[in-house]
Design a protein around this ligand. Structure first.
Ligand SMILES: Nc1ncnc2c1ncn2[C@@H]1O[C@H](COP(=O)(O)OP(=O)(O)O)[C@@H](O)[C@H]1O
Ligand SMILES: CC(=O)N[C@@H](CCC(=O)OP(=O)(O)O)C(=O)O
Length: 310
């Protein structure tokens, strides 16, 4: 038994700020309780063990707070490292990996066999929550071959797919069972082939199919820079129409992310956010505190609302 001297706990001046921080989360808890949040965890944000562990804590926190988190993960750098180890060439066209059948085997092995397994393991360190799957499972994601548009020409980039259908039943069943689906961006083709899908595109399509409240993309920059690479001023909020106007200027990895955000908010997702995954607990800070961090894309008619409350 431990007995505290009378009044000591109440006078303890470190307690109040902690309580106030918790109370700051109350309106957001009220707002997001029971809502689905699709979180894309980019390969570039998985830079160290501490960050990955903090990410897992945040996702489980969301689950305990009554939200329904769904994780779609990337793994581009991890795939490139493995291809390199195997002496296989790796190249990108318009931010998409040129995917030969041999490359596809490595993509599948790294995403479903390594990255997804690691995230599932970290999440399940907190309880029996995470279930890993790929878009192939239960026909969750169906794709057709995608061509890259280069100087007006359609260029063949191999087994890269565009999602044409999402069958969200399996993911919804997992959510209904209190699980946290962890999904690799691989799809079954209408032609029976297996396709490599950009993970931002997959997360966006899934957010739409699930009727998610929010799409959150964790990457390795603070958000969308207004004038990249010349300045690091981050656009904190923009409307779908404003984003659409910016798309032609965007380069490399940012293009599929912002296209995904645009597609999401134009198709009924409440907001889409790009956050710095290198900042520990950026997910919790974004969802449960008043200071929005990163870039938030809102539907055109929500543009008047500020501070993250779209
Ligand atoms: N306007 C922009 N604002 C921020 N980053 C940009 C912009 N345009 C291009 N980028 C690049 O996009 C990268 C993020 O995309 P990517 O490397 O594919 O990340 P991830 O692995 O998280 O999907 C940034 O590191 C940056 O180099
Ligand atoms: C078609 C295509 O480019 N697929 C990606 C899939 C992984 C991914 O998107 O990972 P990040 O989010 O970490 O970039 C690739 O092969 O790298």
């Amino acid at each position: 038994m431990q007995i505290a001297p009378k009044g000591e706990q109440a006078r303890n001046n470190t307690a109040l700020p902690k309580a106030l921080t918790l109370i700051e989360a109350l309106p957001w808890l009220e707002r997001f309780h029971g809502k689905t949040v699709v979180i894309k965890f980019g390969g570039n944000a998985m830079v160290d063990e501490e960050l990955k562990a903090a990410f897992a804590q945040d996702v489980v926190f969301l689950r305990y707070a009554g939200l329904h988190p769904v994780v779609v993960h990337g793994g581009g750098p991890q795939i490139s490292a493995q291809l390199d180890k195997l002496g296989l060439e790796s190249s990108f066209t318009n931010g998409l990996r040129v995917t030969t059948p041999e490359t596809m085997d490595v993509v599948r092995m790294v995403l479903a066999g390594q990255v997804q397994r690691e995230l599932v393991g970290l999440l399940n360190g907190h309880g029996p929550f995470a279930v890993g799957m790929t878009g192939e499972d239960a026909h969750t994601m169906t794709a057709v071959k995608r061509y890259a548009l280069v100087d007006g020409e359609h260029v063949d980039i191999g087994l890269v797919g565009d999602i044409v259908n999402i069958e969200a039943g399996a993911v919804k069943a997992l959510i209904g069972d209190g699980r946290i689906p962890v999904i690799s961006s691989i799809a079954r083709g209408t032609d029976g082939h297996v396709y490599n899908i950009n993970a931002d595109t997959a997360a966006s399509a899934l957010a739409v199919a699930l009727g998610a409240e929010m799409l959150v993309v964790l990457t390795d920059v603070e958000g969308l820079y207004a004038d990249w690479p010349n300045s690091d001023d981050v656009i904190s909020q923009l409307s779908a129409t404003e984003l659409e106007a910016l798309l032609p200027e965007l380069a490399s990895g940012m293009l599929p992310k912002m296209e995904g955000c645009l597609n999401a908010v134009r198709s009924g997702v409440g907001t889409a956010r790009v956050l710095d995954g290198r900042v520990q607990h950026s997910l919790l800070l974004e969802i449960f505190t008043d200071e929005g961090i990163g870039t938030m894309v809102v539907p055109d008619d929500d543009m008047m609302v500020t501070g993250g409350l779209a």
